[in-house]
Design a protein around this ligand. Structure first.
Ligand code: PLP
Length: 237
């Protein structure tokens, strides 16, 4: 390796170790078992070579926000057969087929029409698509996700579709909330998650927490944190 590659490589490995240690420490702090929080590496805007490097350190689950960009990397890295790809961005109905054919998880489901299309388009050669319902936890008009009151109906739709498996909830809390507002949103979401689990036995995943709120999310019951910046460095856009 030339010195530049070597340096980048060292820092990626250092960041991976740091994030992993942060997750372990957050679990320990609130007396949750080690490995009760899964790390999703959010690789949007980052090259396939960065993903391949994290793969070397043992990371398997990666999240992408844009269909086309995601599929390009999935194809580029097809030789790594145990990669697990999560779609986490807004999805238009004319792109559902791409997600159904290429991804393992769909975390941003927010309407019935998308659920039905994903179910119909999921190839029979693949296991069912693992689905999270995105919740608009802070009720912001501009953001995607269902209102708390509408989780149950969409969950029932997913449960009734054989090519989808309902795994839980995902949320992107408001970035500008105070610590107190944030804690309130997290608790409300966690309650909704527990309630959903009561009626749907396949539900085991609460996808909550990004680079800036990893610890708080783990304290509030997150089982999957979605980390971009803290792993890959800052994004250009
Ligand atoms: C970009 C993104 C992330 C990662 O955010 P960071 O702050 O870079 O860790 C997580 N979840 C979603 C849905 C995203 O779009």
């Amino acid at each position: 390796m030339n010195p530049e590659t070597q340096e980048k490589s060292n820092s990626m490995s250092a960041r991976f170790q740091l994030v992993s240690a942060q997750i372990d420490a957050a679990c320990e702090e609130c007396q949750r078992p080690q490995n009760s929080v899964k790390l999703l590496a959010v690789s949007k805007t980052k090259p396939a070579t960065d993903i391949a490097e994290l793969y070397q350190y043992g990371q398997r689950a990666f999240g992408e926000n844009y269909v086309q960009e995601g599929i390009e990397k999935i194809n580029e890295l097809a030789a790594l057969t145990d990669l697990e790809w999560h779609f986490i961005g807004p999805l238009q109905s004319n792109k559902t087929k791409d997600v159904a054919e290429h991804f393992t998880w769909m975390q941003s489901l927010d309407r019935e029409k998308i659920a039905r299309r994903l179910n119909d388009q999921r190839p029979l050669s693949l296991p069912p698509l693992q689905v999270l319902i995105q919740v608009n936890i802070d009720d912001e008009e501009s953001k995607s996700g269902v209102a708390l009151a509408n989780i149950a109906a969409l969950a029932q739709t997913v449960e009734d579709l054989p090519r989808l498996t309902l795994r839980g909830l995902m949320a992107i809390p408001a970035a500008n909330a105070t610590a107190e507002q944030q804690a309130q949103s997290y608790s409300t979401l966690y309650d909704a998650f527990l309630e959903l689990q009561q009626s749907h036995p396949t539900v085991d995943t609460l996808s909550l927490g990004m680079s800036n709120d990893l610890e708080a999310a783990v304290r509030h019951g997150s089982t999957m944190v979605r980390i971009g910046t803290a792993l890959f460095g800052a994004r250009e856009k």
